[in-house]
Each structure stands twice: as C-alpha cells, then as structure tokens.
Write a new protein. Structure first.
Length: 149
C-alpha cells in the first residue's frame, strides 16, 4: 500500500513555509513538525521580522509543537526542515528528544553535521529530501539579495 504521507509530502509542506519566509524577505527556511501523519506545527524563519537571531524555523516549530502537545518532549515527532539545521537548532532538537529529523538542502558551512553537533542518540536523520527544490529557493533568495545591493 502506498502511503501518501511520506517524507516528500511533508517536505513540500515545509517548502510552502519557506516560500512564506521568502515572501517576507526572510531567509527562506521552512519547517513542519509531524506526529502520526498529522502536522502539529508549521513555521518559517522570522529572524528579521522579530529582530531575533534565535527565531529560526526549527526553533519556532519546536515551540509550536510543544505548545500543541502540552509538553516539551517531541519523541514521537518528525521535524521536516528545508535546510540542514544549524548548531543552535540541532542543540535544541537534542533537548526536545525529537524522534526524527528530515532535511532538504545541506548547509556546508553552518550545518550541524560539519560542526559535529551531537543530536539525541535516538534521533534518526534523513537528508536530501527534495534537496534541489529546497536549495534552489535559497539560491534564488541570495541572488536577488545580491542584485538589490
């Protein structure tokens, strides 16, 4: 039986959030948190809007998911995020004990893997889901930024 709610499906929802960030002139990163094939939190970068360096999509999604569940642990949840989490977001994911992280584009300079950031030992990681689509949106954003300056 084919499951319509797979990693690609949920990454497309995260990409919708990234597009919302793009439209707000925020770095276009989007995230959703899923539990039992249901999106329980949606978020995108808000660092410019909130004037807050910690307002990354993942951080916003963790807060919303914990609020939805009424608890800080996300053991049964999956985070779908369009860009590999940074060290801060990976650290936060450790404390949430998130069950799985699925990300699209890799972040060569600031991604948690290159910085050897430790995730929770039970967290599973899947990378490269809709990698081209996620990366293209980021590239387009920064090309437009450079052309405006």
């Amino acid at each position: 039986m084919i499951n319509p709610f797979d990693d690609v499906y949920f990454m497309k929802r995260a990409l919708q959030e990234a597009q919302m960030a793009f439209d707000k002139n925020e770095v276009p990163v989007g995230a959703v948190v899923v539990m039992n094939n249901q999106i329980i939190a949606r978020a995108h970068n808000l660092t410019e809007t909130l004037n807050d360096v910690t307002a990354h999509a993942e951080m916003q999604a963790f807060t919303a998911a914990a609020d939805f569940l009424g608890g800080k642990y996300l053991k049964e949840c999956t985070l779908y995020v369009t860009l590999e989490p940074c060290q801060m977001c990976a650290g936060a994911s450790y404390w949430t004990q998130i069950g799985k992280i699925v990300y699209g584009a890799s972040e060569e300079k600031r991604g948690f893997r290159n910085l050897n950031t430790t995730l929770h030992p039970k967290t599973k990681v899947v990378s490269g889901v809709l990698e081209n689509e996620c990366g293209d949106l980021l590239k387009r954003f920064f090309i437009e930024k450079r052309n405006l300056n």
